[in-house]
Design a protein around this ligand. Structure first.
Ligand code: ZN
Length: 248
């Protein structure tokens, strides 16, 4: 099942070339670790794409062949071309899944899909984070226990300026007493969007088994469902109204 899902792992790939503390943790970039985690979970069609590639590696052709896109970015959100953001949005509306990770909360694509600032409180102190599973029957919580402990994390706290999620799967707790909505599901058009909080470039969080499990679960959940075509065609949202026959 997983093997048929085509995943593109996108990463801005900037810290990992410029900050020694990040190079030490992710010498080949965060994207390669996420892609390896998906491969471990049986995904056979995983490719990576980065900011410095032509069209950020997200050409029409690549996106047409992508069922689920994962998004990692932090220091270079503003370098992402608006045309590419619009192209990704169109694919989401058409049915492509999108998994936005950690500091991707401030990416252009996430803010565009949410319609809010997506701002939050934060503190960088390497604290323990406990991520509670609050929807144990949700597919994104498959093969997890009641909670995930991240030994050292950056704190993100409420208020997180997002629309209320369709389903909230995880809530994080931090030592300062803060809580955070750390696993948020949305539908936008025909596409499914999942925001997942853990990450941060100086902590080895994407190597952690439970985190890789969640990303694999989320990729399965976010893969396009079949259904009839309506208002989205060939990567474009069509501005239309459909006249219906009068019923007797
Ligand atoms: Zn961070």
């Amino acid at each position: 099942m997983s093997s048929a899902i085509r995943v593109t792992v996108w990463n801005e790939f900037e810290h990992e070339k410029s900050h020694q503390a990040v190079i030490d943790v992710y010498p080949k970039g965060i994207h390669t670790v996420i892609a390896d985690g998906l491969a471990k979970h049986g995904f056979e069609h995983v490719r990576t794409a980065t900011l410095d590639q032509p069209e950020h590696g997200l050409t029409e052709e690549v996106l047409a062949q992508t069922d689920v896109l994962t998004w990692s970015g932090h220091m270079a959100h503003n370098k992402v071309d608006d045309k590419i953001v619009e192209r990704v949005q169109a694919r989401v509306l058409e049915g492509m899944g999108l998994i936005v990770l950690h500091s991707g909360h401030h990416s252009k694509i996430f803010k565009k899909l949410m319609g809010t600032t997506c701002s939050l409180r934060w503190r960088e102190a390497g604290e323990n984070e406990r991520i509670w599973v609050i929807e144990p029957g949700h597919p994104i919580a498959d093969n997890l226990g009641p909670y995930i402990d991240i030994p050292a994390a950056e704190m993100y706290g409420e208020h997180f300026d997002i629309p209320a999620p369709d389903t909230l799967v995880f809530v994080s707790w931090f030592k300062g007493g803060e809580v955070f909505r750390s696993g948020c599901c949305y539908h936008r058009g025909r596409g499914k969007v999942f925001y997942f909080r853990p990450g941060h470039e100086t902590h080895p969080i994407y190597y952690q088994a439970e985190v890789q499990q969640v990303i694999a679960n989320a990729a399965r959940w976010a893969a396009p469902s079949k259904g009839f075509e309506f208002a989205y065609s060939g990567g474009r949202a069509i501005n239309m109204k459909v006249p219906l026959e009068k019923l007797d």
